[in-house]
Each structure stands twice: as C-alpha cells, then as structure tokens.
Design a protein around this ligand. Structure first.
Ligand code: NAP
Length: 319
C-alpha cells in the first residue's frame, strides 16, 4: 500500500497561520498531519512586508519569513506537506476522500484553513505598489505611515474602522467611496464622519496609483488619481498610501457547498471550530471575517487541532 492509500488522521487544507499552527499541534501529538498547502504557500502574510504585531518579535518579522518558520516548525515535528491545492472532498463511510492536484487522500478528519482573499480594485498600478504604499490591512501596515496623509477606499464597516484607526497615526485620512452614502453601520459611520482628521471623497473611484519606482523594492506612492462617477471629472489627491477596505472573499468555493456557509461564503463553525459535518473543522479567515489577524488565525488553528485530536480519540482512531 502506498503512503497515500493509508487513511490519514488529519488533512489540513491551507497553509496560512491557521493551517501551520494546526499542523504544529497535530504533529507534536504524533498524528502526522498532511498539509495541502494551496496556491499561495503561507497565505496572505507572504504578501505583506514586516509584521509588527505578532507577539514574540519585538523588532517585527518579515511576513514571508514568519510563514517559512511556521512551516519548518510543523515539518520538524513530522507534518508532511503537498504543494498542491485542495479541490474538493467527499464523505466515504466514516472517512473523507480529499482531492488535491491530480490525486486524492483518505482522512479521518479535515481541517479547512484556506483563508480569504482581500478584494482589489483590479487596476494595474495597484499591483505595481502592492505592499509599497498599497495595503489591505490598516492594523498591520498603518504604522508605516505615522505622521503622513493616507487614503482608504470603501464605505463599509471595515473602511470606517480602519479610517478611525489610521486617524490616530496619520495627519489626515481621506475615505474614497464610490457612492454618496455609506454602507457602514450608523455608529461606525458617525464616528468617521465626525472625526476631525477624516475627510471624504464621495462618488469617486481610484483610477490610478501614482508614485516613484526605483527598483523592485524601492517604490513610493505619492498620489492617487480619482474619477468622479457623477460628472466624470478627474483629480489627483496627494497621499503616502492607499488602503483598500472593499471586502474580502473567503476561499470556500472549492468546498462546493458541502459544509454550511453563511451568505457571503464564510464557513459556519461553532465555538469549537466544528463545521456542520462531523469530523470537518475550519479555522482562520475562512470563517472569521471579524478579526482577520495572524494571531487570531493561529489561535483558531490551535483550537481546531485540539478538537480534531479529541474527535479522533472519541472515534477510537487514536488512544
Ligand atoms: P462590505 O460591508 O462588503 O463593504 C465593502 C465596501 O467596499 C462597500 O462600501 C462597497 O461599496 C465598497 N466596494 C466594494 N467593491 C468595490 C470596488 N470594486 N470599488 C470600490 N468600492 C468597492 O465589507 P467590509 O466593510 O469589509 O465588512 C464585511 C463584514 O464585516 C460586514 O458585515 C461588516 O459589518 C463586518 N465588519 C464589522 C466590523 C465591526 O462591527 N467592528 C468591522 C469590520 C467589518 P458599496 O457600498 O457601494 O457596495
């Protein structure tokens, strides 16, 4: 029997902080988890620069390096990794068959840790300055723009929350919203609307990010070009950074509706990270659209691993 025909104790789909943390816990419990790393090994953190709010790194830690460290730690204790993407699963008796790449693996439990992806505007210059003035997380990257002027795109709760957060650090925050009415809840909208350091550009979209490029890692945003959707006029707004808060999309499409998701596609879990399917757990941004932090994702990954271990024990798969 090939190794792949053995029924695995746990298959972890996804390799962000939730997936690697689950892998570390399950590997240390000698359950030899298999991680199917997904299209972006390490997840969203690999596209950030320095992470200053992950405890234990007073000098900050490069996001990509943090994920490499987590992967190494999981492998050190016996986690195995396939550099493929989970594409679906089916229940077969008491076990699951998880499909990935051109193959599949049988498992007693599945941990869904496939995260979410921040929505982007889809303009070319957004890619040019990605992480060098264009960001999707104010709590993560706002500190780089202390004492500067920034813009934030979006009109929902995230945009208002992040604008209010950035206003503590920055001299001015301009919210750019495509309509003349906010989607955000009344209380969060009012907080931003009444804030002396927050201004609004209504009925506007960002057409282009402008800045200086002097090599791959030396880039600087200097302004955004706005288009007014009412009168089609353009104007340049000087800024040091553009934060996007136009929503996230959970990477749950591959589940094909086999586990319960809410309206926006986030997997529904209970307080013990259990989905509606016995033996299937979920952790991280795939279910959490509220906190979306590396440290909370890692915490959820830990919970899911401990619950999976308990499930395996209750089923008599392990002692
Ligand atoms: P959201 O509610 O979907 O809002 C997204 C915003 O981005 C909307 O204003 C939308 O404009 C705009 N937008 C979307 N696509 C765009 C595009 N291509 N170009 C320009 N603008 C675009 O997302 P969210 O703010 O991230 O919130 C997600 C969920 O989390 C919500 O349920 C929210 O209440 C919750 N949340 C709660 C808190 C809190 O309670 N503390 C904090 C954050 C988030 P339109 O308005 O025109 O559609």
């Amino acid at each position: 029997m090939s190794d792949k025909e053995i029924t695995r104790n746990a298959v972890i789909c996804g390799s962000g902080p939730a997936g690697w943390t689950a892998a570390i816990y399950l590997a240390r419990a000698e359950l030899k988890p298999l991680v199917i790393a997904g299209p972006q090994v390490g997840g969203q953190l690999t596209t950030t620069t320095t992470i200053e709010n992950f405890p234990g790194f007073p000098e900050g830690r490069d996001g990509n390096q943090l994920m490499i460290d987590m992967e190494e730690q999981a492998k050190k204790y016996g986690a195995e990794v396939e550099y493929e993407s989970c594409s679906g699963f089916e229940k077969d008796g008491d076990t699951f068959i998880v499909k990935y790449g051109n193959t599949s693996v049988r498992a007693h439990t599945i941990l869904i840790c496939t995260g979410s992806s921040a929505r982007t505007l889809g303009i070319e210059t957004e890619k040019t300055f990605w992480n060098y003035g264009v960001h999707t997380c104010a709590v993560c990257d706002g500190g780089f723009y202390r004492g500067k002027e920034v813009v934030i795109v979006g009109g929902g709760d995230s945009a208002m929350e992040e604008a209010t957060y950035l206003a503590k650090l920055c001299t001015k925050v301009t919210v750019i919203h495509r309509r003349d009415e906010l989607r955000a809840s009344k209380i969060m909208a009012e907080r931003a609307l009444e804030h002396p350091k927050i201004e609004f550009e209504w009925n506007s979209t960002v057409e282009e990010v402008l800045g200086e490029v002097e090599g791959e890692r030396k880039k600087r945003v200097t302004a955004v070009r706005l288009r007014n959707l009412k009168d089609d006029s353009r104007k340049e707004l000087p800024t040091s950074a553009m934060f996007l808060a136009i929503g996230h999309t959970p990477n749950s499409g591959w589940l094909n509706g086999q586990v319960e998701t809410g309206d926006s596609g986030y997997v529904v879990v209970d307080a013990r990270q259990r989905t509606n399917l016995d033996g299937v757990f979920a952790a991280g941004d795939i279910h959490d659209h509220h906190y979306r932090q590396a440290i909370t994702a890692a915490g959820y990954g830990c919970k899911a691993a401990l619950e999976a271990e308990r499930y395996l024990s209750q089923k008599g798969v392990i002692n």
